[in-house]
Design a protein around this ligand. Structure first.
Ligand SMILES: [Zn+2]
Ligand SMILES: [Zn+2]
Length: 297
């Protein structure tokens, strides 16, 4: 039976999917994965039957789900359910491809800020991930690649490890909760899935105008997840805590603007903020805004 599972030789060099057997694309607003029709239109392990025959130790044959395409289809469905934003479906969408270098004036590659180290740290975390693992919070200025890295982590967890995960943008999450409450849906129907999913990735924590009620809902989600030992991942553009008060002219405009902006602690409140410390490692990204880098070579 197992000779059929040796798919390495099967159209080994599929130019479309690079032997991954799936491809990703931008659907309306989320990234979507599909089976690669170039090399996997018909599953070579079961000839598209989705079931294979196997024998138990006594020699009796039995039918079981095809171990190749069933797993692949499950992972694709898991990725699609994660709802990663459409713009992260390609162009360095994986942790392996994520660009941490840029050309210097002579055209030689040089590392961008501390991105190589951050990527390596997330890569190790993702490869070794088992459900319940302590999460992380990526913090740094706008345009440093935090959301991109978070999306790449969720992509790997779902497509390569088959772990159920959900990606949410903080302000969308709040408006979604509000809308559903307004429609009279019960609290458990709304919050249940967010409290149960093995990995929840919350992008742009603290963004938007948040009232007491919204923050209490977020607190409930995060606290319940923590108590259940579920992994939660975060990014935020806000400085974590108060910066030195002596912010003088010697500092860059970005630094001064940052120092004057609200801190994450102020935005989400003391209770949620201290919870974050208990459940995640804080990872600082120090890199220039990629949009400025592109226009200013
Ligand atoms: Zn292919
Ligand atoms: Zn199959």
């Amino acid at each position: 039976m197992n000779e059929m599972l040796n798919l390495d030789d099967y159209k080994a060099n599929c130019p479309r999917c690079d032997r991954k057997r799936y491809v990703t694309r931008a659907a309306v607003d989320v990234a979507r994965a599909d089976i690669c029709t170039e090399c996997f239109d018909v599953c070579p392990a079961c000839n598209g039957e989705e079931y294979t025959f196997d024998r138990n130790p006594q020699g009796y044959s039995f039918v079981r789900n095809c171990p190749v395409c069933t797993v692949l289809r499950d992972r694709i469905a898991t990725f699609n359910d994660a709802r990663i934003p459409a713009r992260y479906h390609a162009h360095g969408a994986t942790l392996e491809e994520f660009q941490t270098d840029e050309p210097d004036p002579k055209g030689k590659a040089r590392p961008v800020g501390n991105l190589p180290r951050v990527r390596l740290r997330l890569y190790k975390w993702t490869m070794g991930f088992v459900p319940g693992e302590r999460g992380f919070l990526l913090h740094g200025e706008v345009g440093t690649g935090k959301t991109h890295l978070l999306a790449a982590v969720v992509r790997h967890l779902t497509l390569e490890k088959g772990i159920v995960a959900r990606f949410v943008e903080f302000t969308h999450l709040l408006s979604e909760i509000r809308e559903q409450f307004d429609q009279g849906r019960g609290e458990s129907a709304i919050l249940g899935p967010l409290m149960d999913v093995p990995v929840l990735a919350i992008d742009e924590l603290g963004k938007g105008r948040n009232n007491e009620w919204q923050l209490s809902v977020i607190d409930e989600i995060i606290s319940k997840r923590y108590n259940r030992g579920l992994t939660t991942l975060f990014t935020t553009n806000y400085p974590l805590d108060a910066l030195p008060s002596h912010v003088g002219d010697t500092h860059s405009p970005e630094f001064r603007r940052n120092a004057l902006s609200e801190t994450l602690r102020e935005r989400i409140g003391e209770r949620i903020f201290s919870r974050l410390f208990e459940m995640s490692d804080f990872v600082a990204i120090e890199a220039p805004d990629y949009r400025k880098r592109k226009t200013d070579p």
